[in-house]
Ligand binder design. Structure first.
Ligand SMILES: [Zn+2]
Length: 404
């Protein structure tokens, strides 16, 4: 594994500038392309699983977080309030309160549950500058988040489905968890809600892990202030661990926001909130992807999926036409023209992380074919361009780890 801070800058995925500030990286075009592929992926995964996407503001009144409990229990991680007129607003440290308000804004029947609200939204953490670095510890996070509002009876199935979704995503991303962690309250710390509800939530999480056949560690003191959680831990290049994905069962915020739905008995009932993030914050995920794959991303994630290399000036037009065709077909393609004395070998080495290289020399141009070179060194000679594009597209769409 290589440190993502160095490799990510070399690959021109992201960078930072002291004038923007520590912990506030910006995404360069290649990094933004990778991030966009991840966003599309998770939107689609959630859409297929019955989630509804919303957008909510990154600011909220201080009072919102007083009700949610963040102000009392999480203030150290929050930015100080900004005064505007007679109001105080804060940058949000989480998306839960906004989603609770969105749920509350409409009446709900038990028939609509489980109601799954998802958002890829910004959240902010007042990290001290000493701990900031690269994409792993940042002050501004784009979080893949969702809140499932459901009946008590539905919690276990929603937790199991969320866990399955996380495992599916890790397969597609070709990453491995370092371990699963059941994060519980510490006996001496201050938490909210009744012991009985904490025990019930922990039992559900424990059973979901056991049913999935996953080994896990229990860790006291790692719970959220409102409930226990499953954390999926990943390790970085220096074996430091961080939580990427999470599933949390919360009986507390529904109380605080007085959430309700009308049951079959025509009276108001309290839903449970399941908080879950499949791929976590995009910054941390991309840091992990860079390190795990050493920049050689699976084809569906690669910032450039196909580079077209004309051997000499004479094939540039043909190469440019293939780039255009590939782009229209939905691939991220790039033309690597001969420049000055750069040899073809040097250009191939420069593009060594690109999964597919189409090389067009005089012979290929004459027969209207390409030579397709795969990142693993395999070479497919005399391929028709339409077959090359169809072969690449099918593997990208299937999120295959196999190049061919
Ligand atoms: Zn939440």
């Amino acid at each position: 594994m290589q440190d993502h801070r160095k490799l990510g800058r070399e690959l021109e995925l992201f960078d930072t500038d002291p004038l923007i500030g520590a912990g506030l990286p910006y995404w360069l075009p290649a990094g933004a392309a990778l991030r966009h592929a991840l966003e599309e992926y998770v939107y689609d995964l959630e859409r297929q699983a019955g989630y509804q996407h919303v957008h909510s503001p990154v600011l909220g009144k201080r009072e919102l977080y007083e009700i949610s409990g963040h102000w009392d229990h999480y203030r150290d991680g929050m930015y100080p309030p900004m005064r505007i007129g007679a109001e105080e607003v804060v940058l949000r440290p989480s998306l839960c309160p906004h989603h609770a308000i969105i749920f509350r804004s409409r009446g709900h029947s038990y028939r609509e549950l489980p109601l799954r609200i998802a958002e890829l939204g910004g959240m902010y953490r007042a990290e001290l500058s000493g701990v900031l670095g690269g994409l792993t510890r940042v002050r501004s996070i784009q979080l893949n988040d969702a809140h499932i509002f459901c009946t008590q009876d539905q919690v276990a199935a929603e937790v199991a489905a969320s866990l399955a979704m996380i495992r599916r995503a890790y397969r597609d991303l070709a990453i491995e968890p370092a371990r699963y962690r059941l994060s519980l309250a510490s006996p001496d710390a201050k938490y909210v809600g009744s012991q009985e509800s904490w025990d019930r939530a922990a039992d559900i999480l424990r059973k979901a892990l056991a049913d999935a056949g996953l080994p896990y560690d229990c860790e006291e003191g790692e719970a959220a202030f409102y409930g226990p959680k499953i954390d999926v831990q990943v390790a970085d290049s220096s074996e430091r661990e961080a939580s990427l994905s999470t599933i949390q069962v919360d009986f507390y915020q529904p109380e605080r926001f007085d959430l309700g739905y009308i049951g079959p008995d025509n009276t108001k009932h309290r839903p449970v909130m399941v908080h879950r993030s499949v791929i976590g914050g995009l910054e941390r995920l991309v840091a992990h992807l860079i390190e795990t794959h050493s920049g050689a991303f699976p084809p569906w994630l690669a910032p450039v999926q196909l580079a077209v290399l004309p051997v000499s000036e004479g094939q540039i037009d043909r190469a440019a036409a293939l780039v255009q065709e590939a782009t229209v077909a939905g691939l991220r393609a790039e033309l690597n023209s001969p420049e000055g004395k750069t040899t073809l070998g040097a250009r191939i080495r420069q593009a060594r992380l690109v999964p597919y290289l189409a090389i067009i020399g005089p012979a290929e141009a004459a027969s209207a074919e390409v030579s397709l070179r795969l990142r693993d060194g395999r070479q497919l000679r005399s391929v028709r361009p339409e077959d090359a594009l169809a072969g690449i597209l099918s593997r990208v769409q299937a999120r295959s780890q196999e190049l061919w």
